[in-house]
Ligand binder design. Sequence first.
Ligand SMILES: C[S@@+](CC[C@H](N)C(=O)[O-])C[C@H]1O[C@@H](n2cnc3c(N)ncnc32)[C@H](O)[C@@H]1O
Length: 263
Amino acid sequence: MLLDLLHLLITPAPRAQRRLGYLRDSIWLMSRARRCRRAWAPHLAASRAVMRAAIAGTERRDTAVVLGSGLLLDVPLTDLARSFRRVVLVDAVHLRPAQRAIRAFSNVETLTADLSGAMGLMTGAARELEPCLPPVCAEPGTGLVISANLLSQLPIRPVARLEASRRPLGGWTPADGDAFGRRIVEAHLDALAGLKARVCLVTDIDETEEDRQGRIEARHDLLYGVRLGAPDEAWTWELAPFGEAARNRRLIHGVAGFSDWRA
Ligand SMILES: C[S@@+](CC[C@H](N)C(=O)[O-])C[C@H]1O[C@@H](n2cnc3c(N)ncnc32)[C@H](O)[C@@H]1O
């Protein structure tokens, strides 16, 4: 708790990210990752394996971009830094542990950006959803773009904000939460589909709530009905073991990994 507060105070983050809750979310995620280290390990290893396969299959080795780099838990940073001339890590927030980790590499840089395209709408600075990928993704030297367990996260804050607001955001009304969420997911995929670089996509797709007898209590589609096709690899991620979110309920996410998504 105290450590979380310290990170809240010392992390350099733009005002919008602080105000809209992105900084708090990242710190909360870091704490959960620490508590659930053992439960998360297979998921993190499986994610890194898909990304390593993508690195091995990429011919253009100038620039690699990681979208949703976060704490770099699921990102094979050393492999990327050794394989590419330049590595760009993109996230709404870069916490201190991630900033420290990149100091070991002279060719790794961070970029703070909104990847949902919805932050401008939420702050009132824009009237429409904005482009959601930074220009580096489309540079001629960029050979690999990795979307790293990011996709399902993109709609969370914008949909919550829309549903809690009394006024429309752009053309979206508070009753449009699901359609708005779907649009954000589709916009990320459309933007990835338009790139020349190889695209590696790793994302959780659904959440199952399970009791101690193994009975399924609820299931949630994290991608608002958007389907991705057959992944190279699929696995489950025990996001919240018993006792983490609730004493007698655990949360399990289904995850899909594509080392070359457009293929
Ligand atoms: C589940 S975490 C990904 C984990 C990360 N790849 C790692 O290895 O630690 C999701 C990440 O998406 C980022 N994120 C969520 N919404 C975002 C947005 N609108 N723009 C940029 N990053 C965002 C969060 O800050 C978080 O780091």
